[in-house]
Design a protein around this ligand. Structure first.
Ligand code: GLN
Length: 460
């Protein structure tokens, strides 16, 4: 599978044409919602004539269709935004373009990023790159599959509760969830503003780190973006021997035995590489799904209130009353999962229930953060599986939202605490990829990359 270096120093036009051809060849996976062919070819010509240069000159990539990006609609895989053409681009896309990268298309996702399988897209599901009878994972399923199929060497996704890490794990690629606030959220359709982060998929740690470095940095247009801090470590061996804690709560019988085996093997190779690994407890972890599915719907209900067919979003036709206009626009514009979350969110925020649910969940969130902080006082890195299972069958969990939510059990806590995490491939179980989650203290992203890269080298 060609990584970034394959594309560097070649004709940008050739790169773009090859990527477009591959996208068409793999059409049946439905990783892409549309191609940004016109703009990609224009930019390729500019790279080839020297008007644009940079560290990613002529390297093709794709973006999840909830990033505002030029050339065609930004739909968030929803009917609500199916005709929305953006006048501006997300800050992180601008940064990648300044380095010469070329976006060739927009990828499929669970509508508004609500889901764990990319089956909630209003435009049809995406299939897993390894086994097309299985789900892609989600919500950034299209981006993960595009990289796993080799259409492009990297892709952008968003991760609110696992949407980069989980599909990376399901398709055997590297997924990056940076520290909350490291890269700008400006120009990306908001899901839950207190946990949304912008990250990438790539084939190896080196590529993922380079893309992350370009995306990172303060943005005055995003109030929550942190001052610049991310800098890759020049020498991976400078991390020395790390103290790593394996989260025991995620290695119980609730996790598939094949997944546990691969994680255990990864732990063994960490030890062989000179790191110490011991099992640690994170007792609040068992409440993290409950917290997440209160706090995040509350933020979703607030963020999605703007899409009413009047202020934002497509408007229902032939309505006679204002109520009907709002009601029908939202009914048509949102998929069932988004409606469920809007209902839950408004419920937990309503007076009478606010204290019992939303407030409680925020208090529990603080306890979880305290537990993570206590562990990071002692350990450099924490480790766990990314998902309790490998990719499940298409349609297997669609009738049972709670079963679907279980897929997020090991990723949502990290999001609630704003921590950085990588999903790195760790072999297969029953023929399907398994990912290991490497978790760091806030702002320690560079250590995670160094560790992941050093382990890739050991694997060779
Ligand atoms: N699967 C999780 C959810 O459905 C995470 C989604 C995300 O990170 N966007 O909320």
């Amino acid at each position: 599978m060609p990584s970034i270096s394959y594309y560097q120093g070649r004709s940008a036009l050739q790169n773009v044409q090859e990527a477009l051809q591959a996208a068409k060849k793999y059409d049946k996976y439905h990783a892409l919602l549309h191609l940004t062919e016109k703009r990609a070819l224009e930019r390729a010509a500019q790279v080839d004539n020297g008007a644009i240069s940079g560290r990613l000159a002529g390297v093709p990539f794709v973006v999840k269709d909830n990033y505002l990006a030029l050339d065609g609609a930004t739909t968030a895989a929803s009917r609500m935004l199916e005709d929305f053409e953006t006048p501006l681009q997300a800050t992180v896309i601008e940064r990648l373009e300044q380095e010469g990268a070329i976006c060739i298309g927009k990828t499929n996702l669970d509508s508004f990023a609500h889901g764990s399988s990319t089956e909630n897209s209003a435009f049809g599901l995406t299939k897993n790159a390894i086994d097309p009878t299985k789900v892609a994972g989600g919500s950034s399923g299209g981006s993960a599959v595009a990289v796993a199929l080799g259409i492009v060497p990297f892709a952008l996704g968003t991760d609110t509760g696992g949407s980069i890490r989980q599909p990376a794990s399901f398709n055997g690629v590297v997924g990056v969830k940076p520290t909350y606030g490291m890269s700008s959220r400006f120009g990306v359709v908001a899901m839950a503003s207190s946990t949304d982060v912008m990250g990438c998929f790539a084939l190896n740690g080196k590529d993922a780190e380079l893309v992350t470095e370009i995306m990172a940095g303060n943005d005055p247009k995003d109030m929550t973006s942190l001052p610049d801090y991310f800098k890759p470590l020049e020498d991976v061996s400078s991390i020395g021997s790390l103290k790593i804690g394996m989260i025991g709560d995620f290695m119980t019988e609730d996790t598939d035995s094949g997944v546990r085996e691969r994680v255990t093997e990864y732990v063994d190779s960490l030890k062989m590489a000179g790191h110490s690994v011991s099992t640690v407890k994170l007792p609040m972890a068992k409440y993290s799904l409950a917290m997440y599915y209160i706090i995040v719907p509350a933020e979703i209900a607030s963020n999605l209130a703007r899409y009413d067919g009047v202020r934002y979003g497509s408007r229902a036709k032939d309505t006679t009353t204002l109520d009907e206009l709002y009601g029908l626009s939202r009914d048509r514009g949102f998929v069932a999962e988004s409606k469920r979350r809007i209902l839950i969110g408004n419920y937990v925020l309503s007076s009478g229930y606010f204290d019992a649910y939303y407030q409680k969940a925020q208090q529990a969130r603080q306890l979880l953060i305290d537990e993570f902080d206590a562990l990071f006082a002692e350990f450099d890195v924490l480790l766990s599986p990314v998902v309790p299972t490998t990719a499940f069958g298409i349609g297997e969990n669609t009738d049972d939202p709670v079963k679907m939510y279980l897929s997020d059990a090991m990723t949502v806590g990290v999001s609630l605490a704003g921590l950085p995490a990588l999903s790195v491939p760790a072999g297969n179980a029953n023929g399907m990829p398994v990912g290991v989650q490497l978790i760091g203290q806030r702002k320690s992203d560079a250590v995670l990359f160094a560790l992941a890269k050093s382990m890739e080298a050991t694997d060779d």
